[in-house]
Every structure is written in C-alpha cells, then in structure tokens.
Design a protein around this ligand. Structure first.
Ligand SMILES: Nc1ncnc2c1ncn2[C@@H]1O[C@H](COP(=O)(O)OP(=O)(O)O)[C@@H](O)[C@H]1O
Ligand SMILES: [Mg+2]
Length: 208
C-alpha cells in the first residue's frame, strides 16, 4: 500500500528541484501522490520548523534539536504520510529521518543509537521505500544555495567541515542500505539529473 519516496542531500543539491521533476512525472502518469517536506509538512510541524531554523542568542543543545526534529516528524507522519500511504498514494518527502542521521548524527555527532531509538518510537516499522540521495560537493551546493538569494538559516550557517561530515554520513548510509538508496550525482546539468531521476522512477514505479 502506497510508496514512500524521500529526497535527501545537502544544501543546494537540488532537492526542491528534484521534487518538481518527480511530481511532474507522477502527475503525467495519473499516479496519485502527496508532496511534503521535513521538518514541516503540517501547520504545527511548520511552526516547529521555524523554531528549529531560527537563530538564538544561546547555544542550541543538540538533543533539543534532535527532539524537535522528531516532534515535527511525528506530526507530519501521523497527519499526512500514514494517511496517504493507507490510501495507496505515493508520498514524496523533501528530507526525512536519513537527514537526521546525516545532520544531527554526522554533523553534530549525536549518538546514532539515540536517533535509532527515536526513529522506532516515532515511526514504528515505517521506513522510506526509496531514497534519492542528491550528492554534491558541499562547496558547490552552497554556492547554488546562495544563488537562491535567501538568507541562510541557522543550520545552513554551519561551516564546511560540518557539511562534509553530513555528506560522508549520507554516503555511508547509502552504502549500508543499497536497497533503499539510489545515489544521484547532482553535480551535473539539470537535464542530466532529471534524466537519471526519471529513469529511476520508471524502474521503481513504472508499473503503477
Ligand atoms: N543540476 C543543477 N545544475 C545547476 N543548478 C541547479 C541544479 N539543480 C538545482 N539547481 C539550482 O540550484 C539552486 C538550489 O536548488 P534547490 O533545488 O533549491 O536545492 P535544495 O532544495 O537541495 O537546497 C536553485 O537555484 C536551483 O535552480
Ligand atoms: Mg530545498
């Protein structure tokens, strides 16, 4: 029932762009879907997102950040994702728990066992059916992200070493979970990235 597709990658890798490619592909085939993003996806979870991404005149404790990520996720999962899955829809989500492993685990050094505990608490057995990892050197991704012209949020303001750890954690997870992950080289033209994504969708969802 349903199909849970997540899009992962660093800042400026092209996740939001990929979301457009995927939803256009699904719509052109009359496949029912919802799109959502994390942290966020419901009014309450979007409020938690704002709280998470704002800058404060205090140190944000990494456990506080971790708990807020999963608080938002619990809301989005139960209000949106599980309902759409039960209706047999494709759920396309811009970031999910793999981002928590990458950013809070790889980036901040949070114990992966604690993340796994919260993953089970919040999600039970639910895991993505497919994760597209848009992989790009963080410097190149950040250059693209700056090109969007929006001010950087609290997490986007981390240093390059942080984003290198995020990337390494994503690639490590992709190697460990090859049935879940497809790694897309995002440092190519949009046309090439689009072609790769569409080929994966045809392979995994073409029979829908
Ligand atoms: N393959 C690509 N080549 C060049 N620019 C791209 C490519 N994919 C996305 N972009 C541009 O890079 C910027 C960041 O893309 P975006 O999809 O917002 O990334 P993310 O959501 O991963 O942060 C946008 O301005 C987008 O138009
Ligand atoms: Mg985006």
């Amino acid at each position: 029932m349903g199909f849970f597709l997540t899009i992962e990658g660093g800042e400026g890798a092209g996740k939001t762009t990929a979301m457009g490619v995927i939803t256009a592909w699904l719509a052109s085939r009359d496949i029912a879907f919802i799109q959502t993003r994390e942290p966020g996806g419901t009014p309450m979870a979007e409020a938690v997102r704002e709280t998470l991404l704002a800058s404060y005149d205090e140190t944000v404790n990494s456990t506080t950040e971790l708990l807020l990520m999963f608080a938002a996720r619990s809301q989005n999962l139960h209000q949106n994702i599980e309902l759409a899955m039960a209706e047999g829809k494709v759920v396309v989500c811009d970031r999910f728990t793999d981002a928590t492993y990458a950013y809070q685990g790889g980036g901040r050094g949070v114990d992966r066992g604690h993340i796994a505990t919260l993953e089970t608490l919040v999600q039970g057995e639910r895991r993505p059916d497919l994760t597209l990892l848009l992989d790009i050197d963080p410097e190149a991704g950040l250059t693209r992200a700056w090109g969007r012209g929006k001010a950087l949020d609290r997490i986007e303001q981390e240093d390059i070493a942080f984003f290198n750890r995020v990337r390494a954690e994503y690639l490590d997870r992709a190697a460990r979970y090859p049935r879940q992950y497809v790694v897309i080289d995002a440092d190519r033209s949009l046309a090439q990235v689009k072609q790769h994504i569409e080929a994966v969708l045809t392979q995994r969802l073409g029979a829908c």
